[in-house]
Design a protein around this ligand. Structure first.
Ligand SMILES: Nc1nc2c(ncn2[C@@H]2O[C@H](COP(=O)(O)OP(=O)(O)O)[C@@H](O)[C@H]2O)c(=O)[nH]1
Ligand SMILES: [Mg+2]
Length: 664
């Protein structure tokens, strides 16, 4: 049966248990839902929870809750962390007969680090103690919660055995969940994989809490950090097949495209292109207040994010020098540390890539012995290696708490290219829609520009690219008065190191469209003054034309007439430069045609040649070199380059030793 998922996300919630081993978490979940979450044979045999368990519950108020039951034993904290990542509310279970115990504290520290701000304390096993005892344990719990976001969490005495207090517990659950904001359904899907198994006929099945977005049968998702695309064959929510799974639901997906042994807890399924794995993540790190000593930089740690655990080093980017070190190795001068209860900007340098998003909360445990020491928030999920320099820390501060505008400007400031909205959005870890809107506003304010629709650049970068092009065009025009201007290709390649290619094209087009530069053939010059070649250059060109034409097709070679132009202009470097201007002008105006390294002809001579060839082909289908020599009245020395030129321009077509008529 296909059940359409509840359309409103506000009616969905994920609740995680927390608390010391044997305090009655699993019994409470079973009593509330009828599901025994200790499903592994070993769990049944030993009577303890080892891995995560999952159970659905519909509250009296109609909220569809997915309960994640976690193991309490300190050896299985890693499993606890894999499940607790996406919860909306914590059900902190404290046995009334035992009170607050080590994993009560550790689990509480973890959910605080993960930013869980809703909670209920279930004082289980209340059937075993007197009411004065309950009052005392309640005081202890209150003291434990004081000063935390869970300070006002209700403490509900109850019993999984007698059922006492369970109605009150459910009522509290509804009260707390009433104000739960809906998860974002429109953002790209993101799901941390917490279990993987095979199902006969369906292949690989993964489960996890859908953190955001929606997943439908047939969707393509990216499996990260591996980076393969998979297709969703079937989606289930608490054992029922659905057309669409929504953010906030415990979800099982049968996926196609990857082997069972290529997927593991800690992997992510995300909308393709939405997140990028990285080995360097910039964060704000907080050390737990009850940690016994300062935490030094560069220690090996375990990062827990989503359902993943990755080893790496926590490199502090700010902090203090510890007064007292806890081992000889930490006494290096200038080594930074964080005080208990303090925080610092830091970079996690990881041994395997992680898939993080800005704002993700995480937990840090020490490498050995394994203890929860703190946690924090992701600032930049794909960080560059950051040295501890004033500038880079200042940039990170902008990324941590700056407005989206400030963050965009900071990021775009170091970008020499125009970037697509989606790319910019990924850089600042915000949605494409939101970033598009902010960029539009900023372009009205003149801080960014959009030279091509959907491509962005900081306004100062744009202005300097345009300015640089205009400057080079202007310089060239001043230096080469006789020429119309610089060739576009020369302009672009000259600026190659300074202006990236697509940016050059956009800036060039905008200068042209804005009338700041003008173009003729492939030549570019500043607009404004009408261009006239200098009179002496024009006169010298006329003289060159006359000399060439006097010689018939047996023209003097180019070096020779350039030398005589130079000589007539006084010789030396100035004369040579003048002669080269004359040659360049002649070619630009189309009055001189260069047929080879050695020879130039006037346009009139070329027209004459074209006419002679046409006349020849009117009588004869082919021409050979000897025939051409007669036709032009020249020796082989001129005939060969002229024939090769007429092949190039298409007047003749080569056929063995002869030429046939081309386009004439
Ligand atoms: N009397 C009494 N025993 C309970 C209650 N809740 C759990 N227990 C017992 O406490 C033991 C540990 O419970 P369990 O749910 O496995 O604890 P967990 O490790 O926190 O999941 C089991 O033997 C349960 O039967 C309760 O409310 N009253
Ligand atoms: Mg249990």
């Amino acid at each position: 049966m296909t059940v359409r998922a509840e359309p409103t996300a506000t009616r969905l919630a994920i609740v995680g248990t927390a608390g010391h081993i044997d305090h009655g978490k699993t019994a409470l979940v079973r009593r509330l839902t009828g599901v025994d979450t200790d499903r592994l044979p070993e769990e049944k045999r030993r009577g303890i929870s080892i891995d995560l368990g999952f159970a659905p519950l519909v509250t009296p108020g109609g909220v569809r809750v997915g309960i994640v039951d976690v193991p309490g034993h300190e050896r299985f904290i890693k499993n606890m962390l894999a499940g607790v990542g996406g919860i909306d509310l914590v059900l902190l279970v404290v046995a009334a007969d035992e009170g607050v115990m080590p994993q009560t504290r550790e689990h509480l520290a973890i959910v605080k680090m993960l930013g869980v701000s809703r909670g209920i304390v279930a004082l289980t096993k209340s059937d075993l103690v007197e009411s004065e005892w309950i009052a005392m344990v309640t005081r202890d719990v209150r003291a434990l919660l004081a000063g935390s976001p869970l300070a006002d969490a209700p403490v509900v005495p109850c019993s999984a055995v007698t059922g006492l207090g369970l109605d009150a517990l459910l009522a509290e659950l509804d009260r707390q969940l009433a104000s739960l904001p809906g998860r974002s359904l429109d953002e790209p899907a993101r799901l941390p994989v917490d279990r993987v198994f095979s199902v006969e006929g369906f292949g690989t099945v993964i489960t996890g809490t859908l953190w955001r977005g929606r997943v439908r049968t047939g969707d393509t998702l990216a499996l990260l950090p591996r980076g393969v695309e998979v297709r969703v064959r079937r989606a289930q929510v608490h054992g029922k097949t659905v057309e669409e799974a929504l953010a906030g639901q415990r979800t099982a997906l049968a996926i196609h495209g990857v082997e069972r042994d290529k997927v593991a807890r800690g992997d992510w399924l995300v909308a393709p292109g939405s997140l990028q794995p990285s080995r360097a993540v910039d964060v704000r790190f907080e050390l737990l207040a009850d940690h016994p000593r300062p935490w030094p930089s560069n220690r090996r740690v375990r990062l827990h994010l989503g359902a993943s655990e990755v080893l790496g080093r926590l490199v502090l980017l700010e902090g203090e020098n510890p007064e007292k070190s806890d081992s000889a190795g930490d006494r290096a001068p200038g080594r930074l540390a964080v005080r208990p209860g303090g925080s610092a900007l830091a970079q996690l340098r990881l041994e395997r890539p992680v898939v993080a998003a800005r704002g993700d909360r995480f937990v840090i445990r020490s490498y050995s012995p394994q203890r929860t020491i703190g946690g924090g928030v992701v600032i930049d999920p794909v960080a560059e290696k950051r040295r501890r320099r004033g500038g880079s820390v200042a940039q990170l501060v902008v990324h941590e708490s700056g407005s989206i505008e400030a963050r965009l400007l900071e990021r775009l400031g170091s970008e020499p290219r125009m970037l697509a909205t989606a790319h910019v959005a990924q850089m600042v870890s915000e949605s494409e829609v939101a970033v598009g809107q902010v960029l539009e506003q900023m372009s009205v304010g003149g801080e960014v520009v959009q030279p091509i629709p959907g491509r962005w650049l900081r306004a100062d970068r744009w202005a300097s690219a345009r300015g640089e092009i205009a400057r080079v065009v202007g310089d060239y025009a001043t230096r080469h008065l006789a020429r119309f201007g610089i060739a576009k290709g020369e302009l672009k390649s000259g600026l190659k190191g300074a202006i990236e290619s697509t940016l050059f094209d956009a800036a060039f087009e905008s200068l042209l469209a804005g009338g700041e530069i003008v173009m003729r053939a492939d030549r570019v010059r500043p607009a404004g003054s009408s261009w006239e070649p200098p009179a002496d250059v024009a006169r010298a060109l006329e003289k060159v034309e006359a000399d060439l034409e006097t010689a018939g097709f047996g023209v003097p070679d180019t070096a020779t007439w350039l030398a005589s132009v130079s000589h007539a202009h006084g010789g030396g470097p100035a004369g040579a430069a003048f002669a080269s201007e004359v040659g360049a002008l002649g070619q630009f105006l189309g009055r001189l045609v260069r047929v080879s390294q050695e020879y130039c002809y006037t346009a009139r001579q070329m027209d004459d040649l074209e006419a002679r060839l046409a006349k020849h082909f009117a009588k004869s289908p082919t021409i050979n070199v000897a025939g051409f020599k007669d036709l032009a009245g020249v020796s082989r020395k001129w005939a060969v380059p002229l024939l090769e030129h007429s092949d190039r321009v298409g007047w003749t077509v080569r056929a063995g030793d002869e030429r046939k008529r081309g386009r004439l």
